[in-house]
Design a protein around this ligand. Structure first.
Ligand SMILES: [Fe+2]
Ligand SMILES: [Fe+2]
Length: 295
């Protein structure tokens, strides 16, 4: 990788509130899926807990506005990938200008989360491309910096154009989604055919699907599944939507499941040091990716 700007000398931060996004991640990790490999914990709703209000407001918007038509429009808007050419390091620096100005409990910036995820994968001796997924997996959150609201960037993802599973977190908020009333979209299969394969299914719009399109030409298939479906909890944690899957999706599911604990539970007390790790990651990035990626 060429010696581009370092993370330290990136432009002064654009302070954007990332509160709902960060709050969502702690909520998922601490209240919904505290135990690796298990379905959602009952009682995550806890309406009596005012600390939950931000997360609830986030889900209200997400479930209301993520419609089949919204997803179609966002795909048309973003998947031309004509906004910005960035090297991975530039994208990391850009993403890191997202500053959480609201939650004192969360000290992790975006780069730290990515590095902790990738370092935990590396420490377990996994394949090099798997480590790279750890470093890259949330880069799609640059959508926030392109002006997208939190509810259209983070959160667990789900298929649109067919019935919303009642195993999706805060599924009751789908009552406000017009697709839930639309006979084209509210049957079990909706606009899809049974076992059509997830590649033919439109997912709610967010950082996962977006980043998948940015890197799809460069990484091995299991890596692409991890990136594309890492927030599809209804599938990889709850076992829902198998009727939309084909055998290829089922073969890839264990990879997505293997990635999830690193994303959720890899916080470590001693933060990885980017300047020390930078040469390793420069080499790793150069092994798989071109000099710049189109966002
Ligand atoms: Fe993510
Ligand atoms: Fe993540």
């Amino acid at each position: 990788m060429a010696h581009g700007p370092t993370l330290q000398d990136s432009n002064s931060p654009t302070v954007l509130s990332n509160d709902a996004g960060e709050a969502w991640e702690s909520f998922i990790e601490e209240s919904v899926y505290p135990t690796p490999g298990t379905p959602a914990k009952e009682g995550y709703r806890d309406y009596a807990n005012p600390k939950r209000d931000t997360v609830r407001a986030f889900y209200e918007q997400n479930h209301r506005f993520q419609t089949y038509d919204f997803v179609r429009r966002k795909r048309a808007e973003y998947l031309k990938l004509n906004r910005k050419q960035m090297s991975v390091e530039q994208a990391l620096a850009f993403l890191n200008t997202l500053v959480d100005d609201s939650d004192p409990d969360i000290e992790l910036d975006q780069l730290q989360h990515l590095l902790q995820t990738s370092e935990a994968i590396r420490a377990d001796g996994h394949e090099r491309w798997f480590v790279l997924v750890g470093l890259l997996h949330d880069l799609g959150k640059v959508l926030c910096l392109f002006g997208e609201p939190q509810w259209a960037v983070v959160g667990d993802t789900f298929p649109v154009g067919c019935r919303f599973s009642d195993r999706i977190v805060y599924n009751e908020f789908f009552a406000a989604n017009p697709d839930a009333e639309n006979p084209w979209y509210n049957s079990e299969t909706g606009v899809y055919e049974r076992n059509c394969g997830l590649r033919n299914v439109r997912m709610s719009w967010g950082h996962d699907e977006y980043l998948y399109h940015v890197v799809r030409d460069y990484l091995p298939e299991p890596a692409l599944y991890m990136i594309r479906y890492h927030s599809f909890y209804a599938w990889h944690r709850e076992g829902e939507y198998d009727y939309l899957c084909d055998d290829h999706d089922r073969a890839m599911l264990p990879w997505v499941q293997k990635f999830n604990p690193y994303d959720l539970y890899s916080k470590c007390p001693t933060p990885p040091n980017w300047s020390e790790l930078r040469p390793y990651y420069q080499e790793l990035v150069a092994e798989y990716l071109p000099e710049t990626l189109a966002f």
